[in-house]
Design a protein around this ligand. Structure first.
Ligand SMILES: Nc1ncnc2c1ncn2[C@@H]1O[C@H](COP(=O)(O)OP(=O)(O)OP(=O)(O)O)[C@@H](O)[C@H]1O
Ligand SMILES: [Mg+2]
Length: 375
């Protein structure tokens, strides 16, 4: 007797998405399930991000569940696809991550309307308390890694006084095109890029203060033709001053990633960043620890800046820990040469760590988006 679609669906309804805590069928993730006359079963699973770290294990669970329930199947083919989910900011706030304070206010009365880009599913801010901890390095490699997994990705360098994305992508003297009064992002390594460094000389930006600076950054978002994006990564300027506060307050940010090094001084500043983000109700996706150790030629690790400070901080503040990236010569060399190290040296421990961090971030975004109150 021919295998029925309902048998396949029933088998798949026993497979859980470990992050979302429900089965694939009730999550609506099975976009195709069929069997031909000869008993060959084909299934398509649609995940919430192409960078899902659980992709392979979910696939294996599907195969095992079908094999157990339908032993007469001659073959089982499972195709993993994805459709990135949108930030809760697109439809009425976070379920479990509810607002604090009265009338859900973001900054009280008269606060400007948050900037939202309807074609951008998720805006991810990368923040740090202290400068020089590797925010830009993490942003760049996150963007490139998500793009390599198949996502549509943009990257904004919001550091007015020290833009680094032009250098990190080897685009020092590039100027963007203007088309229909929109600035065209510059595309490299599959990522759409925009930096204040593409638009003005560093000397010009240096004399900007407060409102000038904020409105310049605003234009990087609103005046650029981003088109459709799954993730727009926002490399914030270091610190927790007015510019940072205005930015996180006025943008519909899906979530923020915090970068730190393991030292106490960096961690003290990270606490300020966490306080700032919580004050304006920006969900924190988690903490990345950079420059975690240096690997000696004999394979032992030298914890130059102390051990596991970032992880302990994350735990103490009930935040997800997104991973550690070691100190590596390839990181700086890649940066200087204009090719992100994850591409120039993909087998290096730092690259493997950075792509794992990217997967963790994508995963936390999917988890957060699954908590939206749908209206
Ligand atoms: N894991 C690492 N291993 C080796 N060098 C690193 C690592 N991470 C960052 N660096 C180097 O440290 C320097 C600072 O990194 P980066 O520019 O990413 O920091 P940042 O937090 O964006 O700084 P800023 O506050 O100035 O914006 C760069 O020269 C970078 O190449
Ligand atoms: Mg930077």
């Amino acid at each position: 007797m021919a295998i029925q679609q309902s048998q396949i669906i029933e088998a798949l309804s026993t497979v859980m998405d470990p992050d979302l805590g429900r089965d694939l069928v009730s999550l609506g993730m099975i976009s195709e399930a069929a069997a031909d006359e000869a008993g060959n079963i084909s299934v398509t699973v649609e995940l919430t991000t192409p960078a899902c770290p659980m992709k392979e294990s979910i696939k294996q669970s599907c195969i095992a569940a079908i094999r157990a329930a339908i032993p007469e199947a001659s073959s089982i083919g499972v195709i993993m696809t994805s459709k990135v989910t949108s930030s809760c900011s697109h439809h009425g706030g976070h379920g479990e991550h509810g607002h604090h304070g009265s009338n859900g206010g973001h900054g009280g009365h008269g606060a400007p309307q948050k900037i939202e880009l309807v074609n951008v599913k998720n805006i991810v801010a990368v923040a740090s308390g202290k400068g020089g901890v590797g925010k830009s390095t993490v942003s760049v490699n996150l963007a490139v890694s998500l793009a390599a997994s198949g996502a549509k990705v943009g990257l904004i360098d919001a550091d007015l006084y020290g833009p680094s994305i032009p250098t990190l992508f080897g685009l020092q003297n590039t100027r963007p095109e203007i088309l229909n009064q929109k600035i065209m992002p510059i595309e490299k390594f599959g990522v759409k890029l925009m930096s204040i460094g593409f638009l003005v000389d560093p000397e010009t930006a240096l004399i900007w203060r407060g409102p000038m600076a904020s409105s310049a950054i605003r234009q990087l978002i609103t005046d650029v033709d981003w088109q459709e994006l799954d993730y727009l990564i926002f490399d914030l300027p270091p610190g927790t001053g007015d510019i940072q506060l205005t930015l996180v307050q006025n943008l519909a940010i899906s979530g923020a990633v915090i970068v730190t090094t393991p030292q106490d001084v960096a961690l003290a500043d990270v606490a300020k960043a966490v306080t700032m983000l919580r004050k304006v109700d920006v969900p924190i996706l988690g903490v990345v620890e950079n420059m975690s150790w240096y690997e000696l030629p004999d394979g032992t690790r030298d914890y130059i800046f102390g051990r596991q400070g970032g992880e302990k901080f994350a735990r103490a503040n009930a935040l997800p820990f997104l991973g550690s990236i070691p100190i590596s010569g390839s990181v700086r060399e890649g940066g200087d040469a204009g090719t992100p190290f994850i591409l120039s040296n993909p087998e290096a421990p730092a690259s493997i760590a950075a792509s794992r961090v990217a997967g963790e971030i994508a995963r936390q975004i999917s988890i957060l988006n699954s908590t939206c109150t749908v209206d």
